[in-house]
Every structure is written in C-alpha cells, then in structure tokens.
Design a protein around this ligand. Structure first.
Ligand code: HEC
Length: 147
C-alpha cells in the first residue's frame, strides 16, 4: 500500500518534469531551449529600437549610434553578447523576474503573474518566441564593452 502511494508520487514527479511549459525551460540562470526557429539579428535590432514593441531603449543604452534618447536605468547593452551565452540572454529577456523578482525589466515572454499589463497584452506575451530569438541574436553580436 505504502509502496503504491510512493510509486504514484514519483510518477507524478516524472510527469511534471516532462510537461513542456515550465520544467524544461529554465536551467540554472539560463533557458537552453530556443523558443522558436533561429533568430535574425537584424529583426532583433528593429525590435530593440522600436519604442512601442521592445521599448528596451527606455531603460538601456546600446551601441546604436543612430539612436538618441537612450535610458540609463539599466546596464548598457554593449558587450552583452560577450558577458552572456545565448541561453542566459534568452532567460534575461523572456523572464528576468526569475532572476530578480523586483526587477524593473518586463518579463517579455511571461503572461501569468504580470500586473498593470496594458490591454493589448492581456493574456499574451509582450514578444513572441520568434521575436525573443531575434532579440537574442542581435544581443549576441554586441561583443564590445561600453567605452
Ligand atoms: C523598464 C526598464 C527596462 C526595459 C524596458 C528593459 N530592460 Fe533590460 N534590464 C533592466 C534592468 C533594471 C536590468 C538590470 C538587471 C535587473 O534589474 O534585473 C536589465 C537587464 C538586462 C540585461 C542583462 C544586462 C547585464 O549586463 O546584466 C539584458 C541583456 C537586457 N536587460 C536586455 C533588454 C532588452 C533586449 C530589452 C527589450 C526587449 C530590455 N532589456 C528592456 C531594465 C529594463
């Protein structure tokens, strides 16, 4: 009887681990699995500079000489591709709240547990999986640290 219960419990644990959404997504401080197909750095750049879509430059400066009025609330994105792996960047864009529950940065790929979400975003991630991959691809090109 006891062993039955134990077996049922361990089976449940295995099923949880196998469920696609959560368990496999975060490993340590990274998200190893791509959320979509290979990212496109030029599309990622366009998302980052888009003040309505990524609005990254509200808080971050980046080595983008054609951009003005960049924020200084957050680390300069210069060198992000040297400081982090692709998998670490993926988690830092998709779900920074996993690393720092008090962060100012929006969790771009999270739909549950967000507050004060603008109407068009209710129930939807701010960026979809492909857009996250595109942003990560662009950040990976930023190898030089800020001057
Ligand atoms: C509202 C402000 C805000 C916005 C918008 C924002 N971030 Fe951030 N971001 C932060 C803060 C603050 C940090 C510092 C770490 C922390 O507080 O979690 C950070 C950290 C990061 C890091 C890690 C940097 C490092 O060197 O450690 C990356 C990469 C990053 N953000 C990329 C982005 C990208 C790409 C976007 C747009 C898709 C974006 N952020 C939008 C505030 C923001």
């Amino acid at each position: 009887m006891v062993s039955h219960v134990l077996r049922a419990a361990s089976l449940a644990a295995v099923l949880l681990m196998a469920s696609p959404a959560k368990a496999q997504m975060i490993v340590g401080d990274a998200m190893p699995e791509p959320l979509a197909g290979a990212g496109d750095a030029m599309r990622g750049r366009a998302i980052i500079i888009d003040r309505q879509k990524g609005f990254c430059l509200l808080c971050h400066a980046a080595p983008l000489p054609d951009q003005r009025f960049m924020g200084n609330l957050a680390p300069n994105l210069a060198g992000a591709g040297a400081r982090y792996t692709q998998a670490q960047l993926r988690l830092r864009i998709a779900m920074p709240s996993h690393l720092n529950p008090d962060t100012l940065m929006p969790s771009y790929f999270r739909t549950a547990g967000l507050y004060a979400v603008a109407m068009p975003y209710v129930g939807k991630p701010i960026l979809d999986g492909q857009q996250i991959e595109d942003v990560v691809a662009f950040l990976m090109t930023l190898k030089e640290p800020a001057p």
